[in-house]
Design a protein around this ligand. Sequence first.
Ligand SMILES: Nc1ncnc2c1ncn2[C@@H]1O[C@H](COP(=O)(O)OP(=O)(O)OP(=O)(O)O)[C@@H](O)[C@H]1O
Ligand SMILES: O=P(O)(O)OC[C@H]1O[C@H](OP(=O)(O)OP(=O)(O)O)[C@H](O)[C@@H]1O
Length: 302
Amino acid sequence: MSTLLSPETLAGKMLFAIPKKGRLYEKCLELLAGADIQFKRAHRLDVALVQNHPMALVFLPAADIPRFVAEGNVDLGITGQDMVAEAGLSSELTEELELGFGKCALQVQVPESSSFKEPKDLVGKKVATSFDRLAGEYFSKLQSDEEKKTIIEYVGGSVEAACALGLADGIVDLVESGETMRACGLHPIATLLTSQAVLIRPTTPHERADTALTKLVTSRIRGVIAAARYVLVEYNVQKSTLDKALQITPGRRAPTVSPLDDQGWNAVSVMVLRKEVANVMDSLEEIGACDIFVVQLANCRI
Ligand SMILES: Nc1ncnc2c1ncn2[C@@H]1O[C@H](COP(=O)(O)OP(=O)(O)OP(=O)(O)O)[C@@H](O)[C@H]1O
Ligand SMILES: O=P(O)(O)OC[C@H]1O[C@H](OP(=O)(O)OP(=O)(O)O)[C@H](O)[C@@H]1O
């Protein structure tokens, strides 16, 4: 009996790597649903055949995805920019699209009760992290040849516990809300990088790659992301104030302006960034625009 995760079943399929669990997993599933990529993942199986395309999803640890993509073992992947940086493979990978979720920062953290004020204070001390490559590079730039080297201790998770347990003097780990850091009595003294989830592809596609399907999937995902970032705003405005209205809502390319039956009025339809829409509506109302509607986008191609 042939298994699903075998070269035979995957032959001829476009391969798309998705984090198998953790912070990015649920968001990736939403993205795949928005792009109408249909699949069923059987319990404990790390591969799922896509029902409506010659394609398979491969569920891998987020940290391993940059390497699989860089080496062309898969044609597309989603992971964090932090993982891409840690893998040190940026020339073999191309970042196709920032996905707007999984936002966090990689920070140097020390116990609040400690005397360490800046990263240099940790030179010659012990630092625990899952990002041993990035942390190693960071501290080696801080220390002179004469100084005792900072010792980087690799830990696979729960990094924040390292100082309390006596393993390290400081840590380098991800922070989003800061809740975990504060709960462990730590505070940040430097940021190595900020990160979000990204869609990546091999810089040089593998010869077996179905580049047309890779482009189609990329384009669909771009549409889903854009639809989450934008709303469509429709309103009516007097012709005499149209210029002012268009300054408030210039649109991505240009707004659609149509005449209303009622002479002296125009109808405007325009894309607005979701995060700006409340301010935009206030400003439109101030200049006398009326019948302002905000339309949610389920999907788009822009
Ligand atoms: N608190 C967070 N908020 C937002 N994004 C995060 C957060 N923590 C991690 N991420 C992003 O999600 C990616 C995966 O992190 P996550 O902690 O889920 O790892 P994982 O692969 O499930 O491993 P493990 O669960 O074994 O630690 C990170 O590389 C980072 O890009
Ligand atoms: O600033 P916060 O919102 O508290 O998030 C930060 C935490 O999230 C991540 O860990 P996660 O909870 O994914 O588990 P892990 O420690 O097993 O990696 C990260 O490693 C931090 O521990």
